[in-house]
Design a binder for this molecule. Sequence first.
Ligand code: ADP
Ligand code: MG
Length: 540
Amino acid sequence: MFKVGYRVARSMAEETILESTERTSGREALRKNVQAAIALAGAIRSTLGPKGLDKLLVDDQGETLVTNDGVTVLETARVEHPVAKMIISASSTQDRVARDGTTTTVVICAEMLRNAWQLVRQGVHPAIIARGYALAENFALSALDELAINASTEQIESAIETSLAGKLDKGMERHLANISLQAGKTILSEGRADPTRVKIIKQTGGNMQESTLITGLALAKSRIHPEMKERGGPGSILILDGGIERRKPQFETKLNITSAGMVDAFRNAESKSILKQVENLVEIGCDLLVCKEGVDDEARQALSKHGILTYRRVEKKDLDLLSRACGANLVPDAGRASKEDLGAFIKTREELRGGVNHWILDAEDSGATLIARGSTQSVLDEVERCFADGLGVACQLLEEPVLLPGAGATQVALGRRLRRYAETVPGREQLAIEAWADALESIPRALAANAGYDGIDSLLKLTAAHNDSGDYMGLDLNDGEAKDTISRGILEPKSITQQAISGATEAAISILRIDDVLWAQMDAQVPDEVQEQLQGFGAE
Ligand code: ADP
Ligand code: MG
């Protein structure tokens, strides 16, 4: 099935363009678009927060995935509605930019549209609503500064734990939050932390609590000769995008042997070429060799004799990591490598982890490696996803250690400020600002509802608590009461809330501006001969 929706510029040729399309326009278009947004949010609202439930996703091959991550659900589901796709794209952007807050973005956006629709029904024009929403967004983004707090290291760890809440068991969430922060600190350099500098090795077997972080770049590899020595001190590394092997002909070759010495001569020439490659490595001062392909026995002996520590059959993506870690070039041929191609390492060692030998290299830019453990591949995948999220949040917070209260506190605090602000705005935009504030408050309502409490009662309780005790009161989902989020450590990076607010508002505004949806004709084309048979079918 193929569906397309797009906005049309009105033109002279409009009628011709529209011949084969289904069209909804004006209020009806908005109504249908809002309906689609509400349906989409309805599919994932129940996953929001630590008490949110999981979804079981099944693909057409019957593969299953259990997750409570909003964006994973939406990206996996085959959604066809163009407006729903716009919202999913806002949620994916949120995932890419902030690594968290994806469900929040969709829920808020759908609620903004639902509230906008109520206003349209009361006669407010969508353009005015869009203007009011933009005013509300600007006001809220600057009000976030008033609520933000500078994070201590302990609070950064709490914030990482908050972002993992409900995804794994409590102990594992704490463990992953701890190692995500450690990893972030290891790769922090000049105020920047780039999560791609942490490698993940997934190892089946063992308990996920046994997942550990290693400083440096680790690979599940052993050196090619037991007599080769580990290098406890600094040295030079050469990275070979090939191997040191006897050449395998690319095509079938025939050798006409006319004398007894010819085979030996041929073999000798090959050995000579291999030994020459090793000699070149010795000459340029290579201490450590890493190859993508194999290393022949002859070369292995020679390398060992010259004290060149060697690893072979290393995957291309690991070669790239090694190259970045040590500042080495990837070279195709050991015989032609030069001093300039070498990189530098600080030390290398081997360690047994979970029964598997790991080679660990320390270099200027070798980052860190998580060795994830888990009983099955799907447990490992979940650990990997959660660690990636935790690490993303850790990196953001190490770069900008600014936090906001979670558990609905920020939304309620903003809502109160926005309503006061709305009173100062003349015209119907005022109504839109209030509608926008209501939409934000759908988050504490959904958090409460998912934990089994009444959404509206909980929101009223929170608002009263903000009146009495200030901006940081959020919901305790274990007893439904309003409590101080700072002392309970329920904190979130400011960047997540900021991005969720702007992403949701931008998507809502662009959907509000659509007043025409054109669907391409969806009728299947039936070939003529089949058509004839169909016509004859059932006739006497
Ligand atoms: P998202 O995909 O939007 O990140 P989550 O399912 O991760 O959705 O839920 C995030 C929401 O859960 C945030 O509003 C956050 O403040 C809230 N939250 C997280 N931990 C707690 C907690 N312990 N108590 C109450 N609310 C929490
Ligand atoms: Mg989250």
